[in-house]
Design a protein around this ligand. Sequence first.
Ligand code: HPA
Length: 281
Amino acid sequence: MDKVKIGVIGGSGLYELIENPEYMVLKTPFGETPRIEVGHVKGRKVAFLPRHGKPGVKKKVGHAVPPFKINFKANVYGLRMLGVERIIATNACGSLNMKINPGDIVLPDQFIDFTKLRETTFFDGETAVSIWRDKPPIKTVAHVDFTDPYCPELRKLIFEACVSLGLKCHVQGTYVCTEGPRFETPAEIKMFRVLGGDVVGMTSIPEAVLARELTMCYASVSVSTNWAAGISKEKITHEEVVDLFSKRITQVREIIKRAILAIPKERRCRCKDALKGALPR
Ligand code: HPA
């Protein structure tokens, strides 16, 4: 099979992105992936992985796996096994920044990790990880730079896609990732605001981290679906999150398609060099 160099990770709402998909479940050293769709988007070969899909299950499933149980390592590694070099992800988030309204699209450029239970590295020193295509897998420890946690080149392409579609988006934002599955308390949100958070969600970490560890580019199209806890008097419901996200899904799909079309062959960002200087000598 030809290499698939572009991956999309999203919720179930993004089904229908890929034309004439082939379906596959991959076995990785970290477990099985959900059903991945491989096919074309505007002539470019793309793999779509539904983040909440059930691992090992070859049929379409909706929101089957809660955020804290997602096998992020299998998901990201599975895409890498296909040859993916760049990942565009989508997710829903709550807003704690008064300039980011529910319904707005945000392209995060920073994150703060408040997850607690997740495995956030491939490099545990014990598991052989295939990093380079032309070399055997290695067991190693690594300390990877996260000065630019989301790929600047991909973010720029996504921003330009928004502009070309006449859609407003926030070009920067600090994404606070919580463990979930509960929503936050107002006290937590107050703390996140003090720390510089703009939006809060449950899924971007460790996805962004694992992608970078495997030298892949990763950027996120985040949809603000609600005011974070305590900002409005209303309680937060999963239903409202899903409703608002589905209202934006057509736009998100269009943004992703345009961005994919604009992706250049060569990567000029630093993501591909993420392991240079990160491994022990
Ligand atoms: N908090 C955490 N995750 C979310 C939220 C929220 O308010 N909205 C959508 N995903």
